[in-house]
Ligand binder design. Sequence first.
Ligand code: AMP
Ligand code: ZN
Length: 485
Amino acid sequence: MQWLARLFGKRKETVHRPAPVFFINTLSNNKELFIAQRLGVVTMYSCGPTVYSRAHIGNLRSYVFSDTVARVLSAAGYRVRRVINITDVGHLVGDGDRGEDKMNLGAKREHTTPEMIADRYTKVFLEDLADLHIDTDDIRFPRATEYIKEQIALAKTLEEKGFAYQLSDGLYFDTGKFQNYGRLGGLHTAKLEAGSRVSVVKGKRHPSDFVLWRTAKANDLQQWDSPWGRGNPGWHIECSAMVRSLLGQEIDIHTGGEDHIMTHHNNEIAQSEAASGRTFVHYWMHNAFLNMGNEKVSKSLGNVFDLSDVTAKGFRPLALRYFYLQAHYRTPLSFSWDALAGAASALERLQKNAKVVAEESKRVRAPSEALGRFLVAVRDDLATPQALGILWDSLKSEEYTPEEKWGLLLEADAHFGLALIPTSSTGATVKDDVPGKVRNLLSRRELARTAKDFILADRLRNEIENSGYHVDDGPDGPVLTRTTL
Ligand code: AMP
Ligand code: ZN
């Protein structure tokens, strides 16, 4: 009779209505109230790295941005299910349909195979995310080469529906057949002009047509059988196929850097919507670029820095995170070592302040009008510079009690991921060698405990234990001990 017990014993799930959040949607170019398709759950996809070299600090801005979107939504009451793809085939030098596969290039450079290159840089990428306190608990990281079957199936569907045509060098998507091609970022008005800059392939029906499946060239290190002969997938099809396989045909949010709007994301929309006949993505969000002074981050200009350059100069990865959050994600951000030094010292002062507030408040939190303003700011299209300003003003102000300041710090840490909450019995902040994932779990548990959500707090404690750490609640806050070496 176990099934009876299960049926009647099932607790009624309480439905929490999430708080309102507003985002600027690249599709409408307007600020919109975010409405998830399913109450309380958000599906979100972010274009991931091409793992032929290490991600640079411009790329990393994009992942701190999407992490902030997810943190804001989680704190507003949503569960956020995420996918970041790992591109390990198909992305050609120059982003177009001509040129060498970047994975080929990486393999040749390091005298090894594309698989080894992919393993190497995927590992480094995941370490970079952890160092930057990017919360990866609800993120899946599928590799394009694991989804070849799904990419072929999607291309086949497009061919059967009349959206594709074959040329000697591959199967192409016919953008002329897809109504409204290029509506993201207003490409339709500039379409021909933009398209004419793309190298002309003989037989291509429109300049904006793009490859779905490429016929293998002799020097392609990665190739598979397909209905169109041996070859490899075009770059755009992997995102459409993985979104469909892992999150569904219609998703809530898709993010990426603004360089992807015109081609990559318009092509993803065309492929997905032509195949399903449904709206692919409801909210498109794009971060502006990180530049070096007035220059773009570019290998040929020799100004590409990655996280190892940041730590080699003595900065903690979180200083970079603080630096990103000082600007709105849609504003171009200019990097300099001086500016990073400014961010590092601001973060240090903030953490010292937090230590004092932890002691004075005895970690008891109270709501405040400043907390209300903070939440309005972060939920208003991620106004992180304003939210940081509110945090600083309130900490300096005598108008707020230590308990009110503590309440604000807890929320700020949940939204910013800046390790603001002191956690050892001496009141020191968590040491930097504690993995970002564990720190995230710890601050979420702190938040759950102060909100008296003990079920969630216990679940998070179990996750901390499973990650090799034990947590005790001492008089001055939680104390972490490592249980595995
Ligand atoms: P890629 O590996 O080139 O596909 O880039 C990974 C992510 O980083 C994409 O979302 C890009 O749009 C984004 N991106 C690339 N360069 C920059 C930059 N300089 N600043 C901000 N985002 C960038
Ligand atoms: Zn993509």
